[in-house]
Each structure stands twice: as structure tokens, then as C-alpha cells.
Design a binder for this molecule. Structure first.
Ligand code: AMP
Ligand code: GLY
Length: 430
């Protein structure tokens, strides 16, 4: 049998990590990225210039997939899923595409939808009220704010930036105005939860969700100590001490599986499923669902995964998740994101990156690329989050953290250092 060619839609660190892991399968001959980045042409990789994340490119992408004889398509980011890439491919007779349908994607794209679904299914979440207008939101804030604060959540997709956590009623009323100017008047006013956050990931075959038995923790804010602006994620590590493999299995069996089953008549869910969780005094609660892998959580997750990812995804596409047994390495992994100075606000692009070889030569380090591209044979930055220096250590999180920072110390952008947080994984060491 000839070996499989896989197409990955997207260009970030998550896509690089997925492709790197898939490339390790003996069954796989090539990983094609649409469009990929400056690092994705290693490890059986090839980039095509077509950007498959854009809806207008779905027809050309499908044509490419058929002509090239692509065995499996894996969709990284939420935008193409929300825009119906899976429905489009399925409708045109191609069913080896891993991701949820457009209807099922509402789980991430519509916070009202996921709130209702969790309520109907009896899944633990923050109490909340759906507000369709600013007047309703003001009333809800006045009625529901307690001395512990309140949370405002935009209804739609906001690239992870649409949540404002407020300490008081006064602050919430001021923030609501700014919030609705940016993200529209429809908001969920939610109870503020306290506890340690972790992310749980699963693979769904449409009937059942199997967990990745490693919990992960993102660091969303720009600066050390969770200060500054919200970003796409400045680093991640796993496993998270508060969430054992048993907790993650619980999330898959009693939270994720009921959710995809409840949605079945609406739209099929084959793909990665991400639950943002809070470990509260009263047990685990869902903060949000996403219909894809997390970025940067994917990078340490792929370092921890021991078994063949291609085999797991293939069986999931065939609805045979029962036959999947994912295995994980002992120890821990830590990913430090190196960002362009100025990110998430404005920053300069096109600056040369040095130190890649030195960082990559450390044992147990993989440097995943995100906002990079090749220009005249040189790797330059092309985005805000540039690299994810990711370590694996069988000895545990402290050693993984030391390694990741050693790797990061070699890397430079032009004649400057990158911006990165120095406290990734510190919460695990407390
Ligand atoms: P989300 O985009 O829903 O993941 O929210 C972004 C961040 O806002 C989360 O990672 C939490 O830190 C915070 N957050 C969201 N909902 C709540 C809540 N109900 N209580 C406390 N913090 C929250
Ligand atoms: N790391 C957060 C996200 O992928 O949404």
C-alpha cells in the first residue's frame, strides 16, 4: 500500500506541531501545509502558497486535494471550520477531513449556543444570562454582580479577546460600553469563577470523545504574573498538577461525549475538541468549548504524545475510536512562545531570526514556527507570535522548564531579543 499524504490547513505553531507529529508515522510520506510557515518544510513537509483557511479558496483546495491524492485533511484553526470547510468537502464527496461541521462549530462561534447546550445537558458551567441588547446587559450586571465580581462575554468569535473579567458593578458598567463597541451588544453576563484553569483536549469520532490524557495550561496575558494585554497565548505546559489523567478522562466521558452526542442531530462532530476548564472548590466547570486544538497547548501536547497520531485520526474518521489507544510519555513538556516586541499591538515584520540551529540542537527541544517565513533563504518574522520553543523532559516540569528557557536564550530577532514571559509553568511548581 502506498503511504499517506496529509494536508494541514493553517500556518501557526499548532499546525507545525500537528504536522511534525503526523510526520513521525511510518504510514505517512508527506505533510503538505496550506499555507504553512517558515518552519513547516522540515520533517516531510511542503508548503503550498494557497491559503486554505480562506473560504474563497475551498474549491481550489478541494481540487488540489483530489489531484494530489491526499489521504487526510486536518484543519487547524476555527475560521475555516466555522465557514463550513468540512461541509463543503463532504458535500463534494471527500470525507477524509478531520474537523466538525459548520453547525457543530457553533459550539465555539456562538457562546449563547454553547451556554444553552450545556444547560440542557446538565454540564457544570458558570451561571449566566444571555443578553440581546445593552439595556438587558445593564440590568443583568446590576442584578447579578456580587462582591466577587462578574464576567462579560461576547456572543461571537473574537480571537479569544471577547471576555472581560470585572471586579465590581461600576467597573462592569464601564467595561460593558467598551466591550459592546468592539464586539457588539450581544453578551453573556456570567458568574465569576475562581480556581486553577486548565485545558482538556479530546478526539471525537462523532459518537464518543477520547481524551488526550495530559492536561495543559495556557498563559494568555502578555507579561509575567498574568499582566498586560490578552494575547493568543504566550506559552503552555503539561501535565497540570491540579488536573490528573483521571480528571481529563472524566471531562471526556461526562462533559465532552455528552455534548457531541447532544449535537448529533444538528451536525456531525469528528475532530479535536477543546474544553477550557476551571478547577473550582465545587469541582470542575467549563469556561468555554473550542472546536479545534489550542495554540500553544498543541505544541507540548504533541511532545507528550507517544503513539501514532495518524493512526488515531484515521480510526476516528472511520468512527472506530474504540480501537484507539493513545499513549503518552512520562514527564512533562513546556512551550515558551517568543513574540515580536510590541505584540499584541503593533510590531515590525521581516526581521531576520538567528539561533535556530543552536536552540534545536539541545536534546529534547523542538522549535515550532508560527509567524515566520522564508525570505531569500533567511527565516524572518511575519507575525506576532513567532516561535514556540518546546521541551520534553522525562524528569518532570522543572527540568522541562529549564530546557525550554535554555533554548529560548539562543534566539534573537534582528539585533534584539524576542519578547517572552519568564514564568511559563511556574504555577506548576508552587
Ligand atoms: P474564554 O475566551 O471564554 O476562554 O475566556 C478567556 C479567559 O477569561 C479565561 O481563560 C478565563 O481566565 C477568563 N474567564 C472566562 N470566563 C470566566 C468566568 N466565568 N470566571 C472567571 N474567569 C473567566
Ligand atoms: N490557547 C488558547 C486558544 O487556542 O484558544
Amino acid at each position: 500500500m502506498s503511504k499517506a499524504k496529509i494536508l494541514i490547513v493553517g500556518s501557526g505553531g499548532r499546525e507545525h506541531a500537528l504536522g511534525w507529529k503526523l510526520s513521525q508515522s511510518d504510514e505517512v510520506s508527506e505533510i503538505i501545509y496550506s499555507p504553512g510557515n517558515g518552519g513547516t518544510e522540515e520533517d516531510k513537509g511542503r508548503n503550498i502558497s494557497l491559503d486554505g483557511t480562506k473560504k474563497e479558496n475551498f474549491p481550489t483546495l478541494l481540487n488540489f486535494v483530489e489531484t494530489e491524492g491526499i489521504d487526510m485533511v486536518v484543519v487547524g484553526p476555527e475560521a475555516p471550520l466555522t465557514n463550513g470547510i468540512v461541509d463543503y468537502f463532504n458535500y463534494n464527496g471527500y470525507d477524509r477531513i478531520f474537523g466538525p461541521t459548520q453547525n457543530a462549530s457553533q459550539l465555539e462561534s456562538d457562546k449563547f449556543f454553547s451556554f444553552d447546550l450545556m444547560q440542557e445537558t446538565g454540564i457544570p458551567q458558570a451561571d449566566g444570562v444571555k443578553c440581546y441588547s445593552t439595556d438587558e446587559a445593564i440590568r443583568a450586571i446590576n442584578r447579578r454582580t456580587t462582591k466577587r465580581g462578574i464576567v462579560i462575554k461576547a456572543r461571537g468569535l473574537t480571537e479569544g479577546k471577547g471576555v472581560t473579567v470585572c471586579n465590581s458593578r461600576e467597573e462592569a458598567l464601564i467595561e460593558l460600553k467598551k466591550h459592546s463597541e468592539k464586539y457588539g451588544p450581544e453578551v453573556l453576563i456570567a458568574q465569576r469563577l475562581f480556581g486553577q484553569e486548565f485545558s482538556a483536549f479530546g478526539i471525537s469520532d462523532g459518537n464518543k470523545v477520547s481524551p488526550l490524557e495530559i492536561s495543559l495550561q495556557d498563559h494568555k496575558l502578555q507579561f509575567d504574573g498574568d499582566k498586560g494585554l490578552n494575547t493568543g497565548g504566550m506559552g503552555a505546559y503539561g501535565p497540570v498538577p491540579v488536573a490528573s489523567a483521571e480528571v481529563v478522562r472524566y471531562v471526556a466521558d461526562y462533559i465532552m461525549t455528552p455534548i457531541i452526542q447532544r449535537m448529533k442531530n444538528l451536525g456531525e462532530y469528528k475532530g479535536f475538541l477543546y474544553a477550557g476548564m476551571m478547577m473550582t472548590k465545587n469541582g470542575v466547570k467549563v469556561i468555554e468549548f473550542n472546536i479545534r486544538f489550542g495554540d500553544p497547548e498543541c505544541q507540548p501536547a504533541m511532545m507528550m504524545l507517544k503513539s501514532d497520531l495518524y493512526e488515531s485520526l484515521s480510526l476516528s474518521l472511520e468512527g472506530k475510536l474504540d480501537q484507539v489507544k493513545m499513549e503518552f510519555n512520562p514527564g512533562a513538556s513546556c512551550c515558551v512562545v517568543l513574540a515580536s516586541p510590541g505584540y499584541p499591538e503593533s510590531y515590525q515584520k521581516g526581521r531576520p531570526i538567528t539561533g535556530l540551529e543552536d536552540a534545536s540542537s539541545i536534546e529534547g527541544i523542538k522549535v515550532f514556527h508560527a509567524g515566520t517565513k522564508k525570505e531569500n533563504g533567511q527565516i524572518v518574522n511575519s507575525g506576532g507570535r513567532v516561535l514556540g520553543v518546546t521541551s520534553y523532559s522525562p524528569l518532570g516540569i522543572r527540568d522541562a522548564q529549564i530546557k525550554a528557557y535554555e533554548g529560548a536564550s539562543y534566539l534573537r530577532l534582528g539585533n534584539e531579543s524576542f519578547h517572552y514571559r519568564r514564568d511559563i509553568a511556574n504555577k506548576a511548581l508552587k
